[in-house]
Design a protein around this ligand. Structure first.
Ligand SMILES: [Zn+2]
Length: 499
């Protein structure tokens, strides 16, 4: 009997049984994976014969995974029945990737992230000044899971009436807060946390006018709510007395003195050539009993707004770069003294080529450093590629091609470790970042021989390749490497409301 006849027969015999009939796409290199129909009772979805890799248990073996009601219900050597069966032979079945640092929380960026294997996308560095509104905007219409921090930057901008859009350009960047303003900043961050923000976000380099007192005070608010502080350091680079090392000293001291957990964002763009010393500071803090962690993205350039305080007078010396190392994201042109002044007035994103490859490699190889994209909104044809390709780049370029680290370690850095970073405050993360019975069915299925980033600095708006299926709460958002239309299974990743 041919496949077609079989389908008709099943439908005829059991017209009231819900049977998902989906054609397997068997084009070219996609042969290794496909979908097929199975009649009768069983799981909503079975991922069959994949190499299941779970960083928590260490499981790395061929298994069948049964999913129903958005949860993983079975992990079995025996074959399982499912209404839909996804053939994962030759593919890795991993927990969906959790991105702790993604600024572009918009539908287009969620599509890029789904293609990169991300099932939970979190804006924890800049965050928001209105937690309830932020979650409400995305409820029921989001492709992947989403979450946010209570942001010191946007709260400071609101309280100090800063004219900047995303990052401050006026008083919130450059002026010390009055005692009344500081009280209001603390109140609003506390309110955000009590509304279920996952963490506190800080970017001290962008709020350079904030006193050391203010920073410690914000850490105190975080500590009282058991929230980690995800911080872009006050200083970056190699020039004393404003080195990345000085920047990390400030926040390790604040964490130690207040008890707030500390998470240092994008350690490579903070440390540059001194990245190993900064990583050693985080590891040393851990060894001394502090709850301190860090993350990196796999690129030799950073990206931020040209009109931010990072480019205040003296930026060349501080960062060890000059005009030609900066690329205007709208057009891709490298800057000159003239265009720097012009575009700084206009405001907008730039890509900054400042991070040595050795620093990137050191951070990627270190089992303690998590992977996070720091993705930015797609506001020009030459935006930074990190929001589109970070996770595939680590797995394809650094694991497979460069052998900088092994596959399980890489997966741990993008699944289990981010979940563990947040789970004490937000118990929802106890069931994420793992392939185990009872866990959320956030799952990424990829071909370890093919996975690779396609987004480059020249051509950044490209989907990653080699990711075959992505499930969010048991619903496919990517199937046979292509986006599924019209599904919005993303749910809020949020801490309990304590108001
Ligand atoms: Zn940053």
């Amino acid at each position: 009997m041919t496949r077609t006849k079989l389908r008709i027969a099943i439908f005829f015999i059991a017209p009231f049984t819900a049977i998902v009939v989906i054609r397997a796409r068997t084009t070219g290199s996609l042969d290794a994976a496909g979908e097929s129909q199975v009649s009768g009772p069983g799981y909503d979805i079975v991922i069959a014969n994949g190499r299941v890799m779970d960083p928590e248990s260490g499981l790395d073996a061929v298994r069948n995974v049964g999913i129903s009601g958005g949860k993983i219900r079975a992990i079995s050597v025996e074959s399982l029945k499912g209404k839909t069966v996804l053939d994962a032979k030759g593919l890795v079945v991993a927990p969906g990737f959790i991105d702790l640092h993604e600024h572009a929380q918009e539908p287009r960026n969620y599509q890029f992230q789904a293609h990169d294997g991300v099932t939970t996308s979190l804006e924890l560095e800049v965050g928001t000044d209105d937690v309830d509104a932020w979650y409400a905007q995305r409820e029921g219409k989001t492709l992947i899971n989403y979450g946010v921090s209570a942001g010191h930057i946007p709260v400071r901008m609101k309280v100090m009436h800063d004219p900047g859009k995303f990052l401050p350009t006026g008083d919130a960047a450059h002026r010390e807060a009055t005692p009344q303003e500081l009280e209001e900043i603390k109140n609003q961050i506390r309110h955000g946390l009590q509304s279920g923000a996952l963490a506190v976000g800080m970017g001290i380099n962008y709020t350079a006018g904030a006193s050391h007192d203010e920073i410690v005070d914000v850490f105190r608010v975080a500590a009282a709510e058991k929230a980690s502080v995800h911080v872009h350091l006050r200083h970056a680079g190699l020039k004393e007395p404003t080195t990345g090392l000085v920047g990390i000293e400030e926040v390790i001291a604040a964490a130690a003195a207040t008890g707030a957990p500390l998470h240092v964002v994008h350690i490579t763009s903070m440390g540059l050539a001194n990245t190993p010393q900064l990583i050693a500071m985080v590891r040393g803090a851990q060894n001394s009993g502090l709850d301190a962690t860090t993350e990196c993205y796999p690129y030799t350039a950073g990206s931020t707004n040209l009109d931010s305080a990072i480019f205040d007078l003296g930026w060349q010396e501080r960062q060890g770069i000059t005009y030609k190392d900066i690329q205007w994201s709208k057009t891709g042109e490298r800057l000159t003294a003239e265009t720097f002044e012009k575009y700084r007035k206009e405001g907008g994103l730039v890509v900054i080529f400042s991070i040595p490859e050795a620093a990137v490699r050191t951070a990627i190889a270190d089992p303690m450093v998590m992977i996070a994209s720091d993705g930015v909104p797609v506001t020009g044809s030459k935006v930074h590629p990190r929001g589109q390709g970070t996770f595939s780049r680590v797995l394809g370029h650094y694991v497979r091609e460069e052998k900088t680290l092994d596959l399980m370690t890489a997966l741990r850095k993008m699944t289990l470790m981010p979940a563990q970073r947040l789970q004490k405050r937000a118990p929802i993360f106890n069931d994420k970042g793992r392939i185990r019975e009872g866990a959320d069915a956030d799952i990424t299925v990829f071909d370890p021989q093919r996975i690779i980033d396609k987004a480059t600095f020249e051509d950044p708006l490209q989907y990653s390749a080699g990711i075959q299926f992505v499930l969010v709460n048991g619903i496919r958002v990517l199937s046979n490497g292509e986006l599924v239309e019209g599904v919005f299974p993303g749910r809020p990743a949020r801490a309990p409301n304590s108001k």
